[in-house]
Design a protein. Structure first.
Lengths: 415, 415
């Protein structure tokens, strides 16, 4: 897999010790940017837990349970793309020895074990840095590589709760809002990739690798801290305002006859165009609605008018009329419609998924690399590997092991 | 500002043509990683619109309106850190000439104009690439650098609606959920920075810069496509399930006597520990709750028991009992509490904000760089600049202009 010379990470090898979602998404992006990603899976556990997530894609389509050895979980089809898989038992001494040889050949290592595990396995940054001082070692964890008091199991919902995210939606006094999009799991790997690429620039300059330590809590909380919500609230601009944003009125999500749509008219110009779109151009000079401060005071009235106007309009019609007047508006789409947007598919921001045996999986889509480069390529076009599919190839070609040696390792439970 | 040799982007110069949130967050991260960021502001418009966002930080604290020339918007205090500001009118011929000289000195340019604007200004990628073939040129836009049909104004709420994000929270039949966290505005710059760093690795290798084109719609939709929500729904695992996740029961957000907390018990082991924590260890072997499939069928019953148990417990007590049994649990914190988490502050994932005159602003926090590097530093420790604060310094030191030349430019309306 060294044929991707037009990819920005061509020629870089990543040892991927991750499982579940957060870590594998980091290495998926590195693979999409052209790195050779070698996924190291624990044979004693049946590999990455994502291999056992329902649903599975089978010869007859989606199934809630595995129906044959050729079925693959949709999670793995998605997260395993453009990766090679080897089995390696890091607890077996012979497996640990193989790992040390792989480290010598790698440019990057990514892991998302619970805090403390890499130390117990003897593969924490300090140990690995001695073996290969150029290697960039990235850790993704719930609370940072040093761990934190309390529960060690950082799940996305826990981080959503702690980061304040859940109270940026909904209305005051109402329950917090749990997001189905696992935003904590997905944001941490983005920062991790930024850290890895930054560290690779340093390696190219100084020859020295380093530890890149990203915490899910820190990643999501830093995003929350990008807006001074605190300061807003102190001057009477509450954060939780439900479907509407009175301080930007007219602004919010409205119901049409066949669904919902969003509109944004925070400026005087947008507001006057919106009033034209709903058939009340006369109100554009009304003292209640002409200027922003007045609109904020009369936000309920304004939003009620829009609600009435929209209630018996198909949303395509409502959005069409608003757009014709230049008012930002859009239908609220479900995830199925969103991932099939032709523009998004054309730009490769979402890609159809493939099964290694059954080929392109009808109606299954996965993330692409949402970065369009003019002089380089990115791609996530190779199906996910079976558990250990590349063990012989990697140990043979990269480390020069012969068949007998590989068989011995296998017999010792190292592979 | 070339004294940050221990930062990974030391020695790289970024021309920052961005305004509002999405673009400035990309350049904030580049500044935090050690790049010299020169923020180019349009004097005809009073600079970045963020300078005129309420609230303002004044000598007497937060104010909803500007009370003196020394007041600075909290948005600018946050997004302008570690940047230099110059004024430059790109529409004035003399301003355009200065811009071309800056391009020759820069490594990266970041812009988030509406589609088509850079072409009209004669500063699109093709034009700039001729001036400096090594320059990496990053565009952040709503729908991609080529634009898209429909409204050109991509606001965060519009992208949340189109990407499916709003329908990953809440309950079936209920209104979509608008997030207060401007997730579309914030995710696009993360991919943009990944693209810029990837392109810098290419420049170091090939000498050739390129265009890095990230769309807000593509960025957020690709995140949505990281989970196969479609496939889940097809096998009867609905996406919108409100506060609880029945397919992972016990799992969700519960109310205590003084607030809310989240808990996650998706495995048999976690579930049995949870039953112990709520005082019902006897139920761990009950056929309704022992195994996951059974728990999914009896999720309502299980969640109702937890609700009853929690309703008269302070959340610290409830979370404490769950954690004591090893069950992942956490209080639902508001954003104010979240950004003050001592662990997050210690790791620099959130940083106290400073005003350029009044110093550290009490009780105001902003995002840090949530990447802890063992061998390099990151920092966002310098207060945001006043509009044009560095015009003389940059034109003088970087381009060698003398005072007379700068005065002539100023008189011509170019600065």
């Amino acid at each position: 897999m060294t044929d991707r010379l037009d990819h920005p990470l061509a020629g870089r090898t990543v040892l991927d010790l991750t499982t579940a979602l957060s870590g594998p998404y980091a290495t998926l992006l590195l693979a999409g940017l052209g790195a050779r990603v070698i996924k190291v899976e624990n044979p004693a556990l049946g590999g990455d837990t994502s291999r056992n997530n329902a649903p599975y894609y089978s010869a007859t389509g989606l199934q809630p349970h595995r129906t044959s050895d050729e079925d693959m979980s949709v999670s793995m089809m998605l997260r395993g793309r453009n990766k090679e898989s080897i089995t390696l038992n890091l607890k077996a001494p012979a497996g640990a020895a193989v790992f040390r040889e792989l480290v010598a050949e790698a440019d990057v290592l990514v892991e998302n074990f619970s805090a403390g595990v890499t130390r117990r396995l003897g593969i924490d940054f300090a140990a690995v840095h001695e073996l290969n001082p150029r290697l960039v070692y990235a850790s993704i964890s719930g609370f940072g590589a040093q761990g934190a008091s309390g529960s060690g199991k950082a799940m996305d919902t826990i981080i959503q709760a702690l980061s304040g995210t859940m109270l940026t939606a909904g209305e005051p006094g109402q329950p917090p809002i749990r997001f189905g999009l696992p935003i904590a799991d997905l944001v941490a790997p983005l920062y991790s990739v930024i850290g890895v690429l930054s560290a690779l620039l340093e390696v190219d300059r100084t020859g020295e690798g380093q530890h890149v330590d990203v915490s899910m809590l820190g990643a999501l909380t830093s995003l929350v801290a990008c807006e001074p919500f605190d300061a807003f609230e102190k001057i009477g601009m509450p954060l939780r305002t439900g479907s509407y944003v009175p301080r930007l009125a007219p602004f919010g999500v409205f119901e049409g006859s066949d669904g919902w749509f969003a509109l944004c008219g925070p400026t005087d110009v947008f507001a006057s165009h919106l009033l034209a779109a709903i058939g009340r151009p006369d109100l554009a000079t009304d003292p209640r609605f002409a200027k922003r401060d007045a609109r904020v005071r009369h936000a309920d009235e304004l939003h009620a008018m829009i609600r009435d106007w929209a209630s018996d309009l198909p949303i395509a019609e409502a959005v069409g009329r608003l757009e014709a007047e230049g008012v930002p508006a859009a239908p609220v789409r479900d995830t199925g419609e969103a991932v099939r947007d032709p523009l998004v598919l054309r730009r490769g921001e979402v890609e159809p998924l493939q099964h290694p045996v059954f080929g392109v999986a009808e109606e299954l889509y996965g993330s692409g690399v949402p970065i369009v480069l003019s002089g380089s390529s990115t791609s996530l076009d190779r199906p996910a590997p079976w558990l250990g599919e590349h063990t012989e190839a990697v140990l043979g070609e990269l480390l020069g092991y012969d068949e007998a040696r590989i068989e011995t390792l296998r017999a010792a439970g190292a592979l």
